[in-house]
Design a protein around this ligand. Structure first.
Ligand SMILES: [Fe+2]
Ligand SMILES: [Fe+2]
Length: 304
């Protein structure tokens, strides 16, 4: 637990940067209508679901399911974000803007799934009920860990959606649906990345300790999903999202964007935390190497 008084001061000093980031976001974002992206239904919803309604490789189907269940966990994310701000802070109104946009993601992917028959609808609904009832989402101490966590998470989600869309292809609209969602995630990523930049300017040592802890403990959401490990493995093998994307596509570039390694005059506690990040990145490198070997093997197995 970091010093709550320091966290409070940071939240107050982030008022102005937050307002600027909200205005930038409102200028960049465009309204879009989920129903306009949805193809006609290609099966009778009253009949039992079978995978041949919409044939997909295992990893791609797992990615669609996990992406959608994560989007549908929105009520809990809303609460975690709302708890990190205070009622009259610009971050509170940001939380509502963000929630309105995120709600569109679960809606469009859900409607697309039902139109195409990509996932067994009963399995999806049972999964959604379990996810929301379990409510396993990160809780934040304050804006100091919300900023870095959400920046990494939005970036990771953007990559997962984008790669899923590429695998689905243009046929039946999958590429466009996932691409549109990934576009929103990218704007969210910009918001939280630059909020973290402002926080680092205000209190570098405090933020280094927070970032180190976020990087150390970060895992993709979805641990409450049935068969989560099998889904994760299939998604990784398919090359959609895994340790490689998280490490080389998200965490390392984020740390560079934040100038993390170049920050000077840090407190001894922050220096120690940053050393921990270095060790963490090395450890992730080992996992990535193993994962890339496994993917290569998987491709060879498929071609034999
Ligand atoms: Fe989303
Ligand atoms: Fe997002």
């Amino acid at each position: 637990m970091q010093n709550p008084e320091q966290a409070n001061r940071l939240l107050h000093e982030l008022r102005e940067p937050s307002e600027q980031l909200i205005n930038r976001h409102l200028n960049n974002t465009r309204i879009w209508y989920p129903n306009e992206l949805i193809p006609e239904r290609n099966h009778d919803p009253k009949k039992p679901w079978t995978p041949d309604i919409y044939p997909l490789k295992e990893g791609i189907r797992s990615a669609v399911l996990v992406n959608q269940l994560t989007e549908e966990n929105l009520p809990h994310y809303f609460k975690s974000i709302a708890d990190a701000a205070e009622p009259d802070h610009p971050l509170d109104s940001w939380g509502r803007q963000w929630t309105a946009e995120e709600g569109r993601h679960g809606k469009v992917i859900g409607e697309w799934i039902h139109a195409t028959g990509a996932i067994d609808p009963r399995r999806l609904e049972d999964g959604r009920m379990k996810q929301v009832i379990d409510g396993k989402v990160p809780k934040f101490e304050g804006v100091h860990d919300l900023g870095p966590y959400a920046s990494i998470q939005e970036s990771a989600t953007k990559i997962a959606h984008r790669n899923t869309g590429r695998k689905l292809g243009k046929e039946r609209g999958g590429l466009e649906v996932m691409g549109r969602v990934a576009g929103d995630e990218s704007l969210h990523e910009d918001f939280y990345t630059d909020l973290t930049v402002s926080a680092i300017e205000i209190d570098p040592s405090f933020m280094v300790v927070s970032i180190a802890s976020v990087v150390k403990n970060f895992s993709m959401p979805g641990t409450g999903i049935d068969n989560f490990n099998n889904h994760t493995m299939a998604i990784t093998k398919e090359g959609i999202f895994g340790a490689n994307e998280l490490t080389n596509g998200v965490i390392k570039p984020k740390l560079d964007q934040w100038g993390y390694w170049d920050l000077a005059n840090l407190s001894p506690e922050a220096e120690k935390a940053r050393d921990g990040t270095e060790r963490r990145i090395k450890a992730l490198g080992v996992v990535v190497a193993r994962e890339l070997e496994m993917r290569e093997q998987h491709q060879q197995d498929l071609s034999n």
